[in-house]
Design a protein around this ligand. Structure first.
Ligand code: F6R
Length: 243
């Protein structure tokens, strides 16, 4: 794992965006795995800015989002569909048919998970996967547990995760209990992974996962230690406990 420590969130966002642009420049039809949440917001803003300046072309890029809440429609302001279009897709030139986000209101959720994996397989694998990290070490919504599931599946969100995500909801009870998430297998098959972490609330888990000497389903992010091409861009606050 390559660790790059930057001064602050602004620098993290710029560096992450440049990392993505470089990959798209090398491979214009990049298959890009995307995350939501607080951490990549600045990166999306920066990518939009670079697009507006003509520095990057998304016309051939294909995207797959990591996850979506079960039960929220794409129009719901708390859905990851809504987040992705508002913060990124509606500002760039990606063709709508190249965008993939699990459908949280599919009639047959199991089938939705299966077809999501099939769609990814059409491209063989993800070229660059962007990840955030949960304070409990989750990546995507692969929560700590006795086992981790390899393919796209429905997962029950931990209380910790629901609490962390409640900041986006008016009422904490509204945070959905279940989400569709890409599995660890799909994430680990990505050619390259870029993990972003910012702020002091991530310091403990960052130090813990980078310091692991074994992989453990109790810390899903620890699996990144055995992936051949992972870069972590971490700001000083999140890096402060790394030994
Ligand atoms: C979001 C996702 C999650 C988040 C993680 C960190 O698509 O897959 O794993 O990356 O929960 O969230 P923030 O960035 O809000 O701290």
């Amino acid at each position: 794992v390559k660790v790059i420590v930057v001064k602050d969130y602004a620098e993290l966002s710029k560096k992450a965006a440049l990392f993505v642009v470089e990959e798209i420049t090398k491979k214009p039809d990049l298959v890009l795995g995307l995350a939501t949440g607080n951490t990549p917001l600045g990166m999306y803003q920066e990518l939009v800015r670079l697009f507006q300046k003509g520095k990057v072309d998304f016309s051939k890029v294909v995207t797959f989002n990591l996850d979506e809440y079960v039960g929220l429609s794409p129009e719901d302001k708390n859905s990851y569909h809504y987040y992705m279009f508002e913060n990124f897709f509606k500002h760039i030139n990606i063709p709508p048919e190249n965008i993939h986000i699990p459908n949280g209101i599919a009639d047959d959720i199991e089938e939705e998970c299966r077809s999501y994996d099939e769609e990814i397989l059409k491209y063989e694998r993800i070229d660059l996967q962007i990840l955030g990290i949960g304070i409990n070490g989750h990546i995507g919504f692969n929560e700590p547990g006795d086992e981790l599931i390899t393919s796209t599946h429905v997962t029950e969100l931990s209380e910790e995760t629901r609490k962390a995500n409640s900041k986006f909801f008016e009422n904490p009870d509204e945070v959905p209990r279940f989400a569709i998430t890409m599995g660890l297998g799909t994430i680990m098959k990505a050619r390259k992974i870029l993990l972003l972490a910012s702020g002091r609330e991530k310091a403990k888990i960052i130090a813990e996962f980078l310091g692991e000497e074994s992989v453990s389903t109790k810390v899903p992010a620890s699996f990144l230690l055995i992936h051949p091409d992972v870069t972590c861009i971490i700001d000083e606050e999140a890096a402060q406990l790394i030994k």
